[in-house]
Write a protein that binds this ligand. Structure first.
Ligand SMILES: *Cc1c(COP(=O)(O)O)cnc(C)c1O
Length: 445
């Protein structure tokens, strides 16, 4: 009774079944999206859907214990449960940033900890859907030999893990020397074919598109709209965690702009089904060194110019030509959106400041928090708002950055909040003296 299919976002009436191997519209080359017929979903009331989701929360019944598949009817309603490839991703906690909200001067700040999940980033949410759909197609006889992606790190980690779990070979293309050791070792450990190329992310993207023209190798990049279906559960989950109350603002870091498109898509679905009655504002956060969306926003989205992304500590969003630009702009307009940017120093300091309050932020989350801080300071976000920051990855993936920050070794960054180790002789008096000095300096927050 439920019905979902690929539809062209440029509005050219093209429809394709979800088990067709297709990434863009055959007629106009535009991006596709998974379109859900809304009437069958409306057969259940808002209350009934909420109750269903609530009942599935953290169950062991496969696959509903997943934060993504607990919303199966909204994601891929017709896939066989036994073909779903899920590690019970999602259901990540909301961290109440009690000290950070004081520090920033805002009523309530919550951090959606998407990095606390199987491979350490929100990419799991999308990859479970994509790999499930590929697994389903293979089980139904499709001749697919491997799944491939280009990645700034986290996508390849997720693809490799889900591929390994399903027993499907995976191939990942990484820009040589531009991803952290922790991110690089994940696909290696999960037995992916790992290719490091002498180019940047945008360069890897071109190669993977060439390689996947052969339909035996399936393309897992975010132009593949199946991933959006999983990622869109993040907004649904946040609102569910707030007992279906809608926060004022949601801040999300953006690179290829798939995640912000997904966030908006999930929220609009809730609205259509009467499950929420207002919309949050969405703030898109970019690194200044890779800020094409910010620049486009500044000129009122009149025209879009890709940029050559410069190096940024927030390596997962070092993207100059976002694939999902059009989808993201549509969502920014729907959600009274703002795009803000943060410099390298701002994002690094925002990470360190947040970590001092008990978080352990990745640099992308640092970008989001730095942008939030700027918007509060400019009074664009008012002090009585309830704000949610989407934390996209786990800080543990970025130990080199944190170590260098606290050692004061990052180029052109003052490390305002650094906390270097104190190296001392093993002498009790000297130790006591040092501790007293440090306790005095810190005080009680
Ligand atoms: C992929 C990624 C992003 C950016 O998401 P997009 O969909 O490309 O905008 C942000 N942060 C982290 C940690 C990521 O892995």
């Amino acid at each position: 009774m439920y019905n979902a299919y690929f539809k062209c976002i440029e509005g050219c009436d093209e429809k394709y079944p979800l088990d067709e191997i297709i990434y863009s519209c055959k007629k106009c080359g535009g991006l596709l999206e998974v379109y859900h017929e809304i009437d069958p979903l409306k057969q259940k009331t808002a209350k009934e859907w909420k109750d269903i989701f609530y009942k599935r929360l953290r169950t062991t019944e496969y696959p509903y214990g997943s934060g993504v598949w607990s919303k199966k009817e909204f994601v891929l309603p017709n896939i066989d449960n036994e073909n779903i490839v899920s590690v019970f991703e999602g259901n990540s906690n909301l961290f109440w940033a009690r000290l950070l909200e004081k520090e920033l001067g805002i009523r309530e700040l919550w951090v959606k900890q998407c990095g606390i999940t199987h491979t350490g980033s929100f990419k799991d949410l999308g990859m479970t859907v994509l790999v499930s759909q590929v697994n389903n197609m293979m089980k139904n006889g499709a001749d697919i030999k491997a799944i491939a992606c280009a990645s700034t790190g986290d996508t390849s980690a997720a693809l490799a893990a889900y591929g390994a779990y399903a027993g499907i070979p995976t191939i990942v293309f990484l820009p040589r020397g531009k991803v952290s050791t922790a991110q690089l070792v994940q696909p290696i450990a999960n037995n992916a074919i790992v290719l490091a190329l002498d180019t940047d992310f945008d360069g890897c993207m071109k190669i993977v598109q060439d390689v996947t023209k052969d339909k035996n190798i399936y393309l897992a990049n975010s132009m593949n709209s199946l991933r959006i279906e999983g990622q869109k559960t993040v907004g649904i989950e946040i609102i569910e965690q707030f007992d279906w109350q809608v926060p004022d603002t949601i801040v999300i870091p953006s690179g290829n702009a798939g995640n912000v498109s997904a966030l908006g898509k999930g929220l609009l679905m809730l609205e259509e089904l009467g499950m929420i009655n207002k919309r949050p504002r969405i703030v898109v956060a970019q690194a200044r060194n890779a800020n094409p969306l910010y620049l486009a926003y500044k000129n009122g989205f009149e025209n879009f110019e890709p940029v050559k992304a410069k190096n940024t500590i927030a390596s997962a969003i070092q993207i100059g030509d976002p694939v999902s630009y059009k989808k993201a702009v549509a969502m920014i307009k729907e959600f009274d959106g703002i795009v803000e940017e943060a410099s390298e120093e701002e994002l690094a300091d925002a990470c360190a400041l947040s970590d001092r309050t008990g978080l352990y932020t990745c640099p992308h989350t640092g970008v989001a928090i730095a942008c939030l801080k700027k918007l509060i300071d400019k009074q664009v976000i008012s002090k009585d708002e309830v704000v949610v920051v989407i934390s996209t990855a786990h800080g543990l993936k970025f130990s080199e950055f944190k170590t260098e920050y606290h050692e004061g070794k990052l180029k052109d960054i003052g490390s305002k909040y650094k906390n270097p180790m104190i190296e001392l002789e093993a002498d009790s008096n000297k130790v006591i003296e040092a501790i007293e000095k440090e306790i005095y300096k810190r005080g009680r927050a």
